[in-house]
Write a protein that binds this ligand. Sequence first.
Ligand code: BES
Ligand code: MN
Ligand code: ZN
Length: 511
Amino acid sequence: MTTFALRTASPAKTKAEAVVVGVLPGGTLAPGGEDVAAAYGRKLSGLLATIGAAGKPGEVTKVPTGGTIGSPLLVLVGLGAEVDPASVRRAAGNAARAVTNAASVALALPADSPELLRAVVEGYRLGGYSFTAYKSKPGTPTTPAEVVVLTPAARRSEIVEALTPAQVLVDAVAAARDWVNTPPADLTPPAFADSIAAAVKEANKHLPAGGARIRVTVLDEVRLAELGCGGILAVGAGSAAPPRLVELTYQPKDAVAHIALVGKGITFDSGGLWIKPAGSMATMKEDMAGAAAVVQATIAAARLGLPVRISVFAALAENMIGDSAMRPGDVLTTYDGTTVEVSNTDAEGRLVLADALGRAVARKPDTIIDIATLTGHMVLALGDKMAGVMGDDDIVAEVLAAGVKAGEDAWPMPLPASMDERIRSSRIADLAQYDGIRWGGGLFAGAFLREFTGGLPWGHLDIAGPTFNKGGPSGHLATGATGYGVATLVELLRARSEVTAPADAASSAPA
Ligand code: BES
Ligand code: MN
Ligand code: ZN
């Protein structure tokens, strides 16, 4: 695994096998690259023009330096006109995939603010991410063991202090990606529950001595039946692998808020008897990404020591066909006693979330956030790079603000009053799970979930679009799982831990 170190050393003198600098439009080097520009002197702009390094986003040019600077290879990455966390993250990600054979890499990208340093670390580590667990011959591509970030600001305390949180975050995002990328036959609900328990156990070992630990409870199908979790059980009924509800609690003594995080964990969504067309089923191993995000965000929050109590509910089931599969026309009863008429077995996410939300409400948190690859409607509305956010206005605003800080795009969506009629249109049960009307299906799903939030402050992220990158790698995104949502949730937890606690009071409070 790559570790990052900060140095003030000059990028022109460093002996790393490759040194990365940013290029701005007009043929100048971005901040951080001044010494390299000085070493090339007046030859530089002509050289950049000749090799076609125009400073465009996505552009990567490798130049053998022939002794002009200390490193034998100069990697020029286009930044575009803006030097900001988004452009730096993208450039660092593109650089990571260009230097996979270098044993040591120095990044001389703009990194003189905490936000930019974080962007360099995120971009490089996540852009260089690859899922190699199933390659029989590992080794390609490799990532250097140590990456040095060169910046004149390397000794400034706010820069030094930004490095660890950035590494904690990228660890969590990469771990969420690993889960989502894992083949669904190997990540059934019981296997995923075991893997979550193992990840939490491992994380607990490294948490500060004397502090709180994350506790894990795995509810199996017998316990779920005793509790009356009819949604999770119905969705999981068609699979040979039984469903699970994984509950985590992290309760530091100095907690200033209590947030419940609820994640959709459908380990494979075939659609059930309302089977999906083959093309839509192809990537449905991604349907547990919400569960992966809530668990990894919680592990990151614990490693960061955020003074927030977190209650996690990861609803795991496999939506399959079989003799015992849930049928259109069935009526089920959720944890809170609500009856739901099922008409479309492919609208399974809202059914498992209904139980998980009910379990969350019983803990009386200040706020509930759920995150789910819930509807194709949201992908149609917002595209495949952006989440739709619904719920109470102030919580939606909080999620959107966290998304901006995290560098994850999200957009507010309404829950119109007309949806209340639609979710109540069942003639035989309390709620209709689906009403056969395609229009506004993502909002119908949101309104359905709201019924299970007990009137508590609540926000809902529909991440069906941004969870899985079906295209080629670009910037910090690899092909496949993106880990979307982890960063936003961590930012939200961080903001909650700061808003309510005066900073000095929190840090001086007895443990
Ligand atoms: N898991 C899907 C939603 C999805 C779509 C996730 C694309 C990722 C990418 C969900 O369970 C589903 O099938 N939703 C249905 C709902 C409909 C039947 C009301 C959909 O979007 O068509
Ligand atoms: Mn479905
Ligand atoms: Zn689904």
